[in-house]
Design a protein. Structure first.
Length: 198
């Protein structure tokens, strides 16, 4: 049996190979930037240093990004996009049996990406990213609709701000101290703490 490959098939295969290579190059650049940011602020990182550490040439870098700030922005946007989807799923659940597995999925993602998130949520990370993170949580948890109904108190927004800041602070502590608790344990802790207040 003779298998014929058309010109369109060849073009598709070539594009798929290029796409895989491009994704791999971007991943290497992202991982390298995060590693360097553990030692120094973004403003002190040069493209030359980044390329040397990633073992890539400058033209490869410029094929994907114009500068390290754009590279960091790509990392931040990717992280926020995933977290937005996770928060939408969590915000639509009310029962513990529904929420715990979703919270556990969230903590598993945080654990898998702990190397990046430790930097993004540290003093080395961008304050803009951290502000976007808090804004995302406030928006996707639909504070005005859900929490206001549960809390018939004039200071109800204060409770919500306390929960969000406390949860993010706990996550930062968990990441910084080597993920000593499992994602399941962390999901139980967050659920218990927030349900006591709400």
């Amino acid at each position: 049996m003779i298998i014929t490959v058309t010109k369109e098939d060849y073009t598709t295969m070539k594009l798929m190979k290029q796409d895989r290579k491009s994704r791999y190059t971007r991943m290497v650049l992202k991982d390298t930037l995060i590693e360097i940011m553990k030692e120094k602020p973004l403003s002190k990182i040069t493209i030359k240093e980044l390329c040397e550490k990633a073992d890539l040439n400058r033209s490869t870098f410029y094929a994907h990004y114009s500068n390290p700030y754009e590279l960091l922005q790509d990392i931040e946007e990717e992280t926020l996009s995933w977290l937005k989807e996770a928060l939408i799923s969590i915000a639509n659940k009310n029962e513990k049996e529904e929420m715990i597995p979703l919270l556990e999925d969230l903590f598993q993602y945080l654990a898998r990406n702990s190397n990046h998130l430790q930097v993004l949520l540290s003093e080395q990370g961008s304050p803009g990213f951290q502000k976007q993170l808090f804004t995302l949580v406030y928006q996707e948890c639909n504070f005005s609709a859900s929490v206001s109904q549960k809390l018939n108190l004039p200071e109800n927004e204060d409770y919500f701000i306390f929960i969000v800041n406390g949860s993010v602070g706990l996550i930062q502590h968990w990441l910084k101290n080597g993920l000593k608790k499992s994602p399941k344990e962390m999901s139980e802790i967050i659920y218990k703490m927030t349900s006591v207040i709400l």
